[in-house]
Design a protein around this ligand. Structure first.
Ligand SMILES: Cc1cc2nc3c(=O)[nH]c(=O)nc-3n(C[C@H](O)[C@H](O)[C@H](O)COP(=O)(O)OP(=O)(O)OC[C@H]3O[C@@H](n4cnc5c(N)ncnc54)[C@H](O)[C@@H]3O)c2cc1C
Length: 534
């Protein structure tokens, strides 16, 4: 992480005038505070400063902006809500313009008849869900936990895990069609699109170009419009939580639940993360969570009962040293959900799991998109995750190796005040995400101030810089990635943080490079991302 970013090259008067003409002068920003904020992410601060931030509102404006930037020879860094932590959208050189997509935040069309929804790429998952709610509709994958702000364009460029992922897999598996803007300003539209050529309704029409742009970390073009598949929102749901003696056993149980296909989503915590979660849950958060649980139940009586159970269970319903697994089942009938819950309980029993209060599972569903206060630790520490997606059979061994590495580092972690924890979840019937997270005594920065609720931030300490602890967290993150690589684990959010090309066949990278040469011949989109040259 760089403490002082070098200045950017000045923007030419020509480019500034052209961009101002396209988006209007009010939608160009180059004040120091905005440039500094957009030049860092939750993990890192760029070595360079941005030249300018430009915010188009429509696909036409976006296409004109990209064309102008290309012709001016600058780099372009698309940014949604900026909630990623893989140095992906920050400037890699001294001539980068940030492309802020947050004005492209509209739900453009909802079609209950065709079961599709089309959004602009800067639309947040929360806004999408709010717009669909009155129709009784939902997308199959319906958002990451950052969905209060994080965008659908960002979620497809990085791929997402969480709500609905247990049944339907990642965000890209809900995509029907994309409208992409290429470096020369042309638009590329994927999918079958009806007689007017403009109404996407089905993803597959020959080779799947939509898939090509999903998970590209914004290196193969700019997502302008996105059409997603709809389902009727399942009317029945139930949840359960279990505790297990070890992480390996919990992962065996999670794998078996994934194979059985019974969970809409799953979420597991190790004892380290449980402790942090419990410490962070302020009274305000507890009250908000209880309110949300009551509001979600169909009758007030049921709501109060659920809230009372949670209040009585309090924060002490998980044994300090146990691994907890939280699952939600959902479906079209009460009986179907009950059958899935019975299977979950039977699987948990087989692995000596003990059923505990389902507080966490209930709160997660009742408040799916909480304010992102969790990006700082309970004392104001910095936070960063690192992850790998493992096959069901490999997950326990990968976890054991990472856990063993952390144990070997414990004395050093303790000396520098570094804490860690693990988050686990499943992706459809065939993968498990293992996500270690670190908290360390490095103070918060503008990016944190831009996201954390002011009242919450006011309760935290500003810890200031701690280069030694940050260096050790960097080293530990790299070691986790090395363990993941050894086991052939995959990654979302590749950005500039995870190895990618190294594990691909030579023929694979040839095809990828050929695509890049067509969509972005100068390498202007997020240079250095996805292993492309910087
Ligand atoms: C508190 C918190 C909770 C989180 N929970 C989850 C979770 O549950 N599941 C999960 O998967 N992730 C989670 N994340 C990670 C992160 O929120 C996601 O990766 C999210 O998808 C980022 O979206 P964004 O709009 O903020 O994208 P950004 O961070 O702004 O950008 C991400 C990448 O996408 C590119 N990009 C953005 N928009 C476009 C576009 N229109 N066209 C082309 N490229 C584009 C950027 O250049 C960058 O490479 C969490 C993060 C936080 C801080």
């Amino acid at each position: 992480m760089s403490e002082t970013a070098a200045l950017a090259r000045p923007v030419s008067a020509d480019l500034r005038a052209r961009l101002a003409q396209i988006v209007g002068p009010d939608n160009l920003r180059d004040d120091e505070a905005s440039l500094a904020l957009f030049s860092e992410d939750v993990w890192s601060r760029a070595d360079h400063r941005l030249m300018l931030i430009v915010a188009p509102a429509t696909t036409e404006e976006l296409a004109a902006v990209v064309k102008a930037a290309n012709e001016a020879g600058v780099s372009l860094a698309p940014r949604g809500a900026g909630m990623s932590y893989t140095s992906s959208y920050i400037p890699a050189d001294d001539h980068t313009v940030s492309l802020d997509t947050t004005r492209m935040d509209k739900v453009l069309a909802i079609s209950p008849e065709d079961m599709t929804v089309t959004v602009q790429a800067g639309c947040s998952w929360l806004a999408l869900n709010e717009a669909l709610k009155p129709h009784g509709l939902r997308t199959p994958f319906w958002g990451p936990m950052s969905g209060i702000y994080s965008t659908i364009g960002g979620g497809l460029s990085q791929l997402n895990a969480m709500f609905g992922a247990g049944h339907y897999g990642t965000s890209s598996e809900s995509v029907i069609a994309l409208t992409m803007v290429l470096a020369d300003g042309r638009t590329l539209r994927t999918g079958a699109r009806g007689p007017d050529g403009n109404t996407p309704f089905y993803r597959h029409y020959g080779p799947d170009l939509a898939g090509l742009f999903c998970g590209d970390s914004g290196t193969l073009g700019i997502k302008a419009e996105i059409t997603l598949r709809l389902i009727r929102t399942p009317q029945f749901e139930d949840s359960a939580s279990f505790s297990f003696e070890t992480g390996e056993i919990m992962l065996e149980a999670l794998a078996e639940m994934a194979r059985a296909g019974i969970a809409a989503e799953t979420c597991g915590f190790d004892p380290g993360l449980t402790k942090v979660r419990m410490r962070r849950m302020s009274m305000t958060a507890d009250v908000k969570a209880l309110g949300a649980v009551i509001a979600k139940e169909k009758s007030i009586g049921k709501g109060l009962l659920a809230a009372a159970k949670i209040a009585m269970g309090g924060r002490h319903f998980i044994e300090e040293n146990e691994y907890s697994l939280h699952m939600t089942a959902e479906g079209r009938s009460k009986e179907g959900v009950a059958a899935d819950m019975a299977t979950a309980r039977e699987i948990a029993r087989r692995f000596n799991g003990v059923e505990i209060e389902n507080t966490i599972a209930k709160v997660i569903r009742a408040m799916p998109f909480p304010p992102p206060n969790s990006i700082l630790g309970p004392e104001g520490e910095s936070w960063v995750p690192v992850h790998g997606h493992a096959s069901l059979s490999n997950a326990p061994a990968i976890f054991a190796e990472i856990r063993g590495y952390f144990d070997s580092m414990q004395a050093e972690f303790d000396r520098l005040g570094i804490h860690n924890g693990f988050l686990f979840s499943s992706l459809a019937t065939n993968a498990i995400t293992i996500e270690p997270v670190f908290f360390w005594p490095e103070g918060y920065r503008p990016i944190h101030e831009s996201m954390v609720e002011p009242a919450h931030l006011a309760r935290l300490k500003q810890l200031g810089p701690h280069p030694e602890a940050t260096a050790l967290v960097t080293q530990a993150r790299e070691q986790v990635k090395a363990i993941c690589k050894k086991w052939g684990a995959a990654h979302f959010q590749i950005g500039r943080a995870y190895p990618y090309r190294e594990s691909r066949d030579a023929a694979f990278t040839d095809v990828l490079d050929a695509v890049k040469a067509v969509v972005d011949p100068r390498g202007m989109f997020n240079p250095g991302g996805l292993g492309f040259p910087q």
